[in-house]
Ligand binder design. Structure first.
Ligand SMILES: Nc1ncnc2c1ncn2[C@@H]1O[C@H](COP(=O)(O)OP(=O)(O)OP(=O)(O)O)[C@@H](O)[C@H]1O
Ligand SMILES: [Mg+2]
Length: 351
């Protein structure tokens, strides 16, 4: 026995059709997919929900009559003013109250999902490793520092103090690094209602002051609602991403001509972030016209201690990814010379 309500739990759009190819049941995801309420979907010929496509019409007809068991193809549908490419699977149902089932998936979203899940898993593994490492390094480091201090007080020749000082200061440096590595997990998240554009503006002001030669452009979606977030973490995450862009534009050999960064905000619909389907997400894109992320680093830039920059510690992106993930979101990027885009994807739940 199939419960119709169970379809509402699915992230994928599901339509159940009668033998005439009309929608009898539409799940919650279908309302978002087609931008219409269930009331407006039910009774509609399913083929009319897509742009005219005779191959699709035929497979829906064949599935409804039980001639073909299942068939998957690509089609176009409209959501508001936007054309969206989707994958449609028509499945014939035998001895069920409905003649056929249509499963509809956003193509772009599917690609994003695969990538963001992979990222999340990678970062989680890294964290585990780092927490253990930090823990293991802390104790011997304390011992080392203490022993150097004792040694210093016993040294017969004051000229030798120089060496114990090196041991102590290097131990302190390592201690600070270990603390930074373990830091994001320690403090509780301070949730509040946040205007993302205020955060963008503050980051903008900071980066402008530091990198005067870089033009920073803004392209904000004014309809963006407030989101529940920890403003300090969000700001740090965005700052790390924007500073990276500014550094790549100015500090690398052969610095970019007319360097600029665009900070763009948009609302995305039906996104799967961290195993959870969200009706809406805020997307903050940071786009630069710099040299791009080196190929050798592309797979690893979110890992801690991975850097392609002289003087970089390689913690900026790992920390940013961490902070965004604490919000249930993810950072992803596309990069080629002249166009690099980092996207902070944050779930937007009604507050
Ligand atoms: N917009 C970008 N364009 C090209 N490369 C980038 C960009 N952003 C990051 N990268 C590459 O990713 C690397 C890792 O960045 P990350 O912020 O984690 O560390 P870092 O900037 O090297 O050091 P830190 O941020 O800790 O000072 C950078 O060193 C750089 O090689
Ligand atoms: Mg950085």
């Amino acid at each position: 026995m199939i419960s119709v309500e169970a379809f509402d739990l699915l992230a994928t759009t599901v339509l159940l059709l009668n033998p005439a190819g009309e929608v009898v049941v539409a799940n919650a995801a279908a309302e978002d997919m087609f931008g219409r309420s269930r009331r407006h979907l039910i009774g509609q010929p399913a083929a009319l929900l897509f742009e005219r496509d005779s191959a699709l019409e035929q497979s829906i007809r064949q599935a409804c009559s039980g001639e073909v068991a299942d068939c998957r193809q690509f089609a176009m549908t409209r959501r508001a003013t936007e054309a969206v490419e989707v994958a449609v699977t028509s499945i014939a149902l035998v001895q069920k109250p409905w003649a056929a089932l249509l499963e509809v998936k956003d193509i772009e979203q599917r690609v994003l999902v695969d990538r963001s899940l992979r990222l999340v898993e990678e970062v989680e593994t890294q964290h585990e490793l780092l927490r253990n490492l930090a823990h293991e390094v802390k104790n011997p480091l304390g011992g080392l520092r203490g022993a150097a201090q004792l040694l210093e007080s016993e040294l017969p020749d004051p000229a030798l103090i120089e060496y114990t000082r090196v041991i102590i200061s290097e131990a302190d440096r390592l201690q600070a690094l270990v603390d930074r590595l373990a830091a994001p997990q320690r403090m509780p998240v301070q949730w509040q209602s946040v205007n993302i554009h205020e955060i963008c503006e503050r980051v903008c002001a900071l980066v402008r002051a530091e990198f005067r030669e870089v033009a920073i452009l803004r392209d904000y979606d004014a309809s963006m609602p407030e989101l529940r977030a920890d403003p300090a973490r969000l700001m740090q995450a965005l700052l790390n991403v924007v500073r990276n862009a500014a550094q790549m534009l100015t500090q690398q050999p052969g610095a970019t001509r007319s360097p600029h960064i665009t900070i763009k905000t948009r609302i995305a619909r039906q996104v799967l972030l961290r195993h959870k389907q969200h009706r809406m997400a805020a997307v903050v894109s940071v786009i630069d016209n710099g040299p791009g992320v080196p190929h050798t680093l592309q797979e690893r830039i979110f890992h801690p201690l991975v850097t392609g920059r002289d003087g970089g510690t390689g913690l900026g992106l790992s920390l940013a990814q961490d902070f965004v993930q604490q919000h249930g979101g993810v950072i992803e990027f596309d990069s080629q010379p002249g166009h690099t885009e980092f996207r902070l994807m944050l779930p937007l739940e009604p507050i």
